[in-house]
Design a protein. Structure first.
Length: 191
């Protein structure tokens, strides 16, 4: 997600258009869906691609990882290859209208996770595929990002990328401490 560094607010830009320089940083989070803890994070400029951060994120996690849920911005061969090399199952929705990937070699990889996902989506549809693979668990990272912005605000106080990275590290450590104290228990009320 984006965290603002400086510039005009969102409302002003929607209402009157932008007139000054605006910039933001991307904050990438790795959240454990069972506990809600943030185990890894990176801070990048707004011009860096999401998939370029996968190795940096995975290198921060010491525990074994079975599956990774990512959004469509990570639908790139480098991302899949990095996860497969670590024996991690990627759960990434291919772009709409995606086709299977093929290679020049004789041994095309028909069981490549993205190709399997493309075939399955073509068979049963995107919504059913997401339900089938448990893709809804990815929304827990969105919840963590909401908690981050609700508690600490949606902008950095530091100016340089180095200090913004440290600022995020401190905020995430505090957020994990709050998570350790206990998360709210949500129950469905049926009348």
């Amino acid at each position: 997600t984006g965290v603002k560094v400086y510039g005009e607010g969102e409302w002003k830009c929607r209402k009157h258009g932008w007139s000054k320089r605006r910039t933001w940083r991307k904050l990438h989070l790795g959240v454990d869906p069972e506990t809600g803890f943030i185990h890894c994070h990176t801070t990048t400029t707004n011009s860096e691609s999401d998939e370029s951060q996968v190795d940096d994120l995975l290198n921060q996690v010491k525990a074994p990882i079975e599956e990774v849920y990512m959004d469509g911005a990570y639908d790139a061969q480098s991302c899949y290859d990095g996860l497969i090399a670590r024996n991690i199952t990627p759960v990434i929705p291919p772009q709409k209208g995606a086709v299977e990937w093929y290679w020049e070699e004789e041994n095309d990889y028909p069981d490549y996770p993205r190709n399997v996902a493309v075939r399955r989506i073509n068979e049963i549809g995107r919504a059913k595929w997401k339900k089938e693979v448990g893709y809804h668990r990815r929304s827990l990272s969105e919840t963590a990002m909401f908690r981050y912005k609700a508690i600490f605000g949606s902008q950095h106080y530091s100016r340089s990328i180095k200090t913004q990275t440290q600022e995020n590290k401190i905020k995430i450590k505090a957020l994990n401490q709050m998570t350790a104290f206990g998360m709210p228990i949500s129950k469905i009320k049926i009348d």
